[in-house]
Design a protein around this ligand. Structure first.
Ligand SMILES: Cc1cc2nc3c(=O)[nH]c(=O)nc-3n(C[C@H](O)[C@H](O)[C@H](O)COP(=O)(O)OP(=O)(O)OC[C@H]3O[C@@H](n4cnc5c(N)ncnc54)[C@H](O)[C@@H]3O)c2cc1C
Length: 390
């Protein structure tokens, strides 16, 4: 497969020189693990203490990783990316809420993004997080088959209703819907709900996509078992395949509670597991659709190679590549320029509410996680290219 991801002219065509410089300095900053650690603690404190730091956050990390504070802010970004063939997934990234009114607000926002997606070719998917529609602890209790109080039972009924409303709306409006995956201890309950939605709404094609975090060693078996049920009961399977974003939390909880960690034994094992899931789904594309949510170049090349080897059109509607806004533009824009289906998650929400999302991005981009040096090198290459140094 031709190596296409090093073309920085294509990757950063939409970035002005100033934006390029800003991105470079941002990644330089978050490359430093101590700086991210201290920055995170200070920012959390400042937000809790209601100190006026939102302007600073907006001017730095927020504007780089988010489309705006509301859905309307995002539209200019959506249109701009689409001029280069890169689609958007509007991602309401407000996290960690606990109140019923907040879950209802997230439901309304998700319905709005489904409407946006219906109206715009540039937005091929809607998305939501299960804990946007219900409490994490409640998912955990349901997943562990604990006895619920009458109050909790009523609360869980509301969660199921919210799932039903979102999935039915997506189905009726013919908008594909991605459902994110989160901490493993809440995921069983979410998986059961998503499967019941697939059974209802994926009868003719994939509308509902669940997410498999392939850093979990049990996920390939889960996929295979789900496939058996889908064959018997006649429904399609949509999966977003990611590696997973909660590794430290997973290790910590497993250690604290004394159960084996659900995470693969090494990075290599996660990579192999990820690629095995792509491989499995590619072999069963007659009943499956893949959204490959990854910034890993090798995994992206592997999927491209599989399309070629199986004579599947590069813009086949069952295959999508996905990256996060503000990351791996070299993958997104180069894939799009060659005609592949690519969508970037475009997070939005009030600055203080998207902080957990931003902190995950900062942590994943420290030098420890190893993404940053690639981003920095690409940004530097493009700056040099523009200055005529290359
Ligand atoms: C479009 C999109 C949607 C996403 N949706 C979700 C979602 O719903 N839920 C979610 O959890 N994440 C989600 N993510 C985030 C995703 O999980 C991270 O971006 C991802 O982990 C980074 O991995 P990568 O595939 O880009 O590859 P790489 O950068 O090659 O891999 C890094 C990942 O490998 C794994 N890893 C690293 N070290 C080890 C180790 N020692 N042992 C085992 N595994 C290791 C971790 O998962 C780490 O994040 C999404 C990402 C994208 C692009």
């Amino acid at each position: 497969m031709d190596k296409i991801f090093n073309n920085t002219e294509v990757a950063f065509a939409l970035k002005s020189d100033t934006e390029l410089d800003r991105a470079y300095f941002l990644f330089k900053m978050i490359a430093s693990e101590p700086l991210v650690r201290i920055g995170t603690a200070v920012t959390n404190f400042a937000i809790k203490a209601h100190l006026p730091v939102e302007g600073l956050i907006r001017a730095t990390v927020f504007d780089h990783f988010c489309g705006g504070v509301n859905e309307m802010d995002c539209l200019s970004v959506v249109d701009k990316m689409y001029t280069k063939g890169v689609s958007s997934v509007l991602d309401y990234s407000v996290e960690g809420k606990e109140e019923e009114t907040q879950f209802d607000a997230a439901l309304e926002m998700t319905l709005k993004t489904i409407e946006f997606a219906k109206e715009r070719q540039a937005i091929p998917f809607a998305v939501f997080k299960p804990t946007g529609l219900g409490r994490l602890d409640l998912y955990t209790k349901v997943g562990e088959k604990q006895i619920l109080t009458a109050e909790e039972q009523a609360e869980w009924t509301k969660v199921k209703e919210r799932f039903e409303i979102v999935c039915k709306t997506a189905h009726d409006k013919d908008v594909a819907l991605l459902i994110d995956a989160e901490e493993s201890w809440m995921q069983d309950a979410a998986d059961d709900l998503v499967e019941s939605m697939m059974r209802q709404y994926n009868r003719e094609k994939v509308v509902i996509f669940n997410t498999l975090q392939m850093y979990r060693w049990d996920r390939l078996d889960y996929l295979k078992a789900l496939h058996e049920r889908a064959k018997t009961d006649g429904f399609y399977i949509g999966m977003k395949l990611v590696r997973g974003a909660y590794m430290e939390k997973e290790h910590e909880r497993a250690k604290e509670k004394g159960y084996p960690t659900p995470i693969c034994a090494s990075k290599q094992a996660t990579d192999d597991n990820y690629n095995a899931a792509v491989d499995y789904m590619m072999q069963h594309l007659d009943k499956m659709a893949i959204f490959a949510g990854t910034h890993n170049e090798e995994s992206s090349y592997k999927l491209m190679e599989m399309l070629q080897a199986n004579s599947i059109a590069i813009n086949d509607s069952r295959i999508w590549f996905g990256q996060l806004y503000g990351m791996s533009d070299n993958i997104s824009y180069n894939l799009a320029s060659h005609g592949y289906n690519v969508a970037k998650y475009l997070p939005f929400g009030p600055v203080r509410d998207v902080m957990p999302y931003l902190i995950r991005r900062a942590e994943e981009n420290t030098s420890v996680a190893g993404q940053t040096s690639r981003e920095l090198n690409l940004l530097k290459t493009e700056r040099d290219r523009r200055k005529g140094k290359l």
